[in-house]
Design a protein around this ligand. Structure first.
Ligand SMILES: NC(=O)c1ccc[n+]([C@@H]2O[C@H](COP(=O)([O-])OP(=O)(O)OC[C@H]3O[C@@H](n4cnc5c(N)ncnc54)[C@H](O)[C@@H]3O)[C@@H](O)[C@H]2O)c1
Length: 278
């Protein structure tokens, strides 16, 4: 239910680190940036009380259709993308903050289909990915041959589903935790591989199964995360970028990624019916 006014009305789903950052920024700077809040939802409503105006708190997510909204920002959990993604896209554009959810090929396909059907855009935030649009252009021109992303972080910055990092000790140095397809990696480290998932969406011809990823624990990285991207095109074309993303010990998300999300949100209008990396 996109509104015709020029203000982008935003529904925020999730009020953790990213949700609080985005809501705070909309409340503070939104009018100047042409962005306003339609609603904020969190599974624990108490967390919202006193921080978000009462009339903007949505207590039951299934009633989101009651609020006029141009874009819904999911900054919660891949499960919410799975449970509500199709409904969200039937009503508004969707900025998927947890794109690791899209490693499920059925869900990915259904969401892309819903975007086409409803003329809404499935926005994928670049997050900590550098050069995502260039990767997408190479992909769209049919000359992307391979893509590899390595994310290296201090062990305290990983949130893994298994116990492959339960025994780390300070000073142990570098340890490769996983190397292989992003499709297999996403379920193992859903909170740590959103950048790789964004890359896999940009590289649609390779897909999650064709994009290679590596996660590395490194106790030397106490001040920043490192994101390396290696792109291979045809006729010897290649690009290698190394991004240092300042991050405190224990932080899953690098500090520059918060501003990256804000910038992603500001472009969420007018790309109807497709996937758009922003
Ligand atoms: N695209 C990117 O570059 C990028 C960067 C950082 C985080 N993320 C992803 O965005 C999402 C939010 O990140 P964050 O740092 O704000 O996380 P967070 O843990 O600080 O906050 C998540 C919020 O969602 C709630 N939540 C968790 N699981 C839930 C579930 N199953 N159902 C309903 N609510 C649930 C939590 O209570 C919390 O309020 C995560 O999925 C994270 O992996 C993506």
């Amino acid at each position: 239910m996109a509104t015709s006014s020029s203000t982008l009305r935003v529904g925020v789903v999730g009020y953790g680190h990213l949700g609080q950052f985005l809501v705070g920024r909309i409340l503070k700077e939104g009018s100047g940036a042409g962005v306003s809040l339609a609603f904020v939802w969190n599974r624990n409503t108490n967390k919202l009380k006193g921080c978000v105006p009462d009339d903007l708190i949505l207590s039951d997510l299934t009633t989101f259709t009651d609020r006029k909204c141009d874009v819904i920002v999911e900054v919660c959990h891949p499960q919410i993308v799975k449970d509500f993604g199709l409904q969200f896209l039937s009503q508004a554009h969707l900025l998927v903050g947890s794109p690791s959810a899209l490693s499920d090929p059925t869900l990915n396909q259904k969401l892309q289909q819903a975007a086409r059907q409803h003329g809404r855009t499935l926005y994928i935030p670049s997050g900590a990915l550098w050069g995502g649009l260039d990767i997408q252009r190479l992909n769209d021109s049919g000359t992307l041959k391979a893509l590899f992303i390595r994310m290296s972080k201090h062990p305290s910055c990983f949130r893994l589903t298994g116990d492959m990092l339960s025994d780390w000790t300070e000073g142990e140095g570098r340890r490769v935790l996983y190397s292989g397809s992003v499709a297999e990696l996403c379920p193992l480290a859903p909170n740590n591989v959103n950048t790789m998932a964004a890359a896999a969406m940009a590289a649609g011809a390779l897909g999650f199964a064709g994009v290679q990823g590596e996660i590395v624990s490194d106790t030397a990285l106490s001040d920043y995360h490192v994101v390396e991207v290696e792109v291979t095109g045809s006729n010897g074309f290649s690009v290698h970028t190394v991004r240092r993303n300042p991050a405190k010990l224990g932080a899953v998300t690098g500090s520059a990624t918060y501003n990256s999300f804000w910038n992603s949100l500001l472009v969420c209008q007018g790309h109807g019916g497709r996937v758009h990396l922003c």
